[in-house]
Design a binder for this molecule. Structure first.
Ligand code: SF4
Ligand code: SF4
Length: 447
């Protein structure tokens, strides 16, 4: 692996071909110091250079310099990256690793032929389902019926599930909520004086899996004097597509949301899922070359706010209801979702909210900033590494002694719930907003 800067006089021999190529100036910022190794989840698990940020960048340089083509082995090392961006945060040379890996993946999708099964799954997911909210709702409804009607139990017991297409992934199917969150242009008006007006993203997965949490977000905002508008024309933010190298479909999804969210003047666009928040804040970069949308995309990026960040900046009513049982405080720890703590650099506001809730004993767990292995679609396509990281996270949660692990992203909630259940551990996973909403309610009930 080369550690030398690419000579500026060298003829271009790059094997990155096609319209989207990773910017070579980004990869040559890496001076191979190795500061990033000890924060990289895949390096921590394997100890292998090729599964580290430095190793992955060295492979990009090798392709850029024409020393190798894009081989299945190289794609395998890039695919193992969770895009958690822990490396970007500690890098003293300022390597914009997230942007670099997104462009590398986009290039791979243009030139590299994946296996038929994966191509089909990617095409259905990234082009057929995620950009189409109505289709997503229909599939969500069918899967909820499958789970609630008893069909899932029968299919699992009889082994029929293994015969169905995609059956090996069925065990990763998250539990779908009784109530999906609806984005119908509704306005939730506060009963107190209006301090701010916001628009809110419903998203894709979170709307189906954690609809009541999105309702709790609107309640918490309204209680704090925030009028909430939920645009009907919105859709999935495109985060899963961006991280998987599906740039064209991601741009289409971003344009749709930009139109939906700029339709009215608001003080902020509120996002409750960390992964969606970081993508919307980067719409400006995604559409930088689009003459019609570049400026509007940057505006949406600037207006987008994570819910915890927004409440912390606005100031929130102190919750009064205690979470303690029989005088014993509820022990809570916190998992920093990568796309909140690392990609958005938001670590203090979620903790500020947790500290404000009475009857909670807050404890930090070890490695709260190490990815839980969810990584969007990572848990489906990179199952072995995802399970190893989930196990590592479970061990840290259990060692903290917490009864509840709080977090801020649907992927993390689903991943940690499944990991704790597999390990037979009883700790619960909760959204911070649900804890805050519950404390408000308990305070009201106590009068
Ligand atoms: S910390 Fe930055 S410069 Fe150092 S090896 Fe990692 S990516 Fe390269
Ligand atoms: S983004 Fe995360 S998994 Fe990928 S190389 Fe950086 S630290 Fe490792």
């Amino acid at each position: 692996m080369s550690t030398e800067p690419r000579p500026s006089s060298a003829p271009r021999t790059s094997n990155f071909l096609g319209p989207i190529v990773p910017p070579s100036e980004d990869m040559y910022k890496c001076v191979h110091c190795g500061f990033c190794l000890q924060v990289c989840p895949t390096y921590l698990e394997t100890g292998l250079e090729a599964e580290s940020p430095r190793g992955r960048i060295a492979l990009m340089k090798a392709v850029e310099e024409g020393r190798t083509g894009i081989t299945p082995a190289i794609v395998g090392h890039w695919d193992k990256c969770l895009q958690c961006r822990a490396c970007e945060v500690v890098c003293p040379s300022g390597v914009p690793y997230g942007r670099l890996m997104e462009a590398t993946r986009a290039n791979v999708e243009q030139v590299f032929k994946r296996g038929l099964k994966q191509r089909r799954a990617r095409n259905i997911g990234f082009n057929g389902v995620l950009p189409n909210p109505k289709r997503l709702n229909r599939i969500g409804g069918a899967l909820r019926f499958y789970q609630k009607s008893g069909l899932q139990t029968i299919a699992r017991k009889t082994g029929a599930v293994r015969l169905a297409p995609g059956g090996s992934l069925e065990k990763y199917l998250p539990k779908l909520g009784d109530k999906f969150f609806v984005t119908s242009g509704q306005i939730i008006r506060p009963e107190v004086e209006v301090r701010a007006r916001v628009a809110m993203l419903g998203g894709c997965v979170m709307r189906l899996t954690h609809g009541p949490t999105l309702e709790a977000v609107t309640r918490v905002l309204a209680r704090n004097g925030v009028e909430v508008y939920v645009p009907e024309a919105q859709g999935c933010c495109g985060a899963l597509n961006v991280h998987s190298g599906e740039q064209d479909s991601a741009r289409k999804m971003a344009r749709r949301n930009i139109d939906a969210f700029l339709e009215v003047e608001t003080d902020a666009i509120i996002v409750a899922a960390a992964g969606c928040g970081s993508t919307m804040k980067e719409y400006g970069e995604l559409l930088a070359d689009d003459p019609e949308y570049a400026e509007k995309a940057a505006e949406v990026g600037e207006r987008s706010k994570d819910i915890h960040e927004f409440l912390s900046e606005l100031g929130f009513e102190t919750p009064k209801g205690s979470m303690a049982t029989d005088g014993v405080d509820l022990k809570v720890t916190y998992q920093d979702s990568c796309h909140l703590g690392l990609a958005q650099g938001i670590t203090a506001p979620p903790r500020e909210l947790l500290y404000a809730i009475p009857g909670i004993e807050f404890v930090e767990m070890d490695e709260s900033l190490v990815c839980c292995g969810s990584g969007g679609t990572y848990s489906l396509f990179e199952q072995e590494m995802s399970l190893r990281l989930a196990r590592r996270k479970t061990d840290n949660i259990v060692a903290s002694g917490a009864a509840v692990v709080a977090t801020a992203n649907p992927g993390c909630v689903i991943q940690m719930e499944q990991a704790l259940a597999r390990a037979g551990e009883g700790a619960q996973v909760r959204y911070i907003i649900d804890l805050l909403d519950e404390s408000y309610r308990l305070g009201d009930d106590a009068g």
